[in-house]
Design a protein around this ligand. Sequence first.
Ligand code: HPA
Length: 275
Amino acid sequence: MDERIIRINTAADYIREKIGNAVPVAGIILGSGLGKLANDIEEPVTIPYKDIPGFPVSTAIGHKGQFIFGKLGGKLVLAMQGRFHYYEGYPMELVTLPVRVMKVLGVQFLFVSNAAGSCNHDHKVGDLVIIKDHINTLPNPLIGPNMEEFGPRFPDLTCAYDLELLDKAEKLCIELGIPPKRGVYFVSSGPTYETPAEVRFYRAVGADLVGMSTVPEVIVARHCGLRVFGMSVVTNSSNLFNEYGNLNDGDDVVKQADIAATKMTQLFKRLIEEI
Ligand code: HPA
C-alpha cells in the first residue's frame, strides 16, 4: 500500500479513537495568532500533534500544535491550533497531511485562516478579508503519483473558494458590523518578508494579500472535494507601503492577529451554524 495512505489512515485512526468515533463536519485551520477561536469550542477534546503517529510538530511562532475537537456553532468541528508551513522545512506531503486526515474522518468543509500582509491600500491592519482566490508560487502539493482514492489527477480550481460560503460570509459580516472585504491571496515561501519590489510585483499581478500558508491546504482540500472558506486577518501593511524601513515583524503579526481573532471567531461560528 502507498506509504502516504498508511500515514493518513494511521493518524486518522488515532484521532477517531480519541473523539469516540464522532464525525466532524468541518475542519478549521487557525493561523498565526488566531488560535483563540478554539476557546469557544464546547466540550473540547485536545489532541497534541506530538502524540499523533506520523504527525509533524509545528515550530512556527503563534502556533500551539494541537487539534481541538468539539462543538462550534452547534456543529462538530476539528480545529487545528497551529499548522505546518513549507518554510519550516516540511515536505508538501506533511504540510497538507492534516487536511487528508480530516477528509478521512468525515469532514466536508474546510475553514482556513491566516495572518497576512496587505498589498491593497483598501485593506488595513485589523481588517478581516474573505479570500476569493489565490496565486500559488509554492511547489504544488499534488505533484507525485496521484492518490486516486482522494481525487482526480487534474483537479479544477475555478472556484477553489466556495461561492455560496463566500456570499453567506459577506452577509454575516454586514450583520456583525464587520466591513465585508474580499481579496486575492498570494503565497510566498517565506520565511523572509517581501522586499518592496516583490510586493509591487505581487500587486501588479492581482494580489491583495500576501502570506506564507493556506494555499497548499486549499489545493489538497479541493482535490478531495472539501468545500473551502478562507479568511485572512491583515496584520501588517506589506512592504508596498514601507519603502524606507522594514516594519514587518513576526511578534507584531501575532499581536495584531490576536486582536482580530475575536471578530473572526464570531464570523466562523455564525457561518458554521449555517452550513
Ligand atoms: N508577508 C508574508 N507573510 C505574512 C505577512 C507579510 O507581510 N504578514 C503576515 N504573514
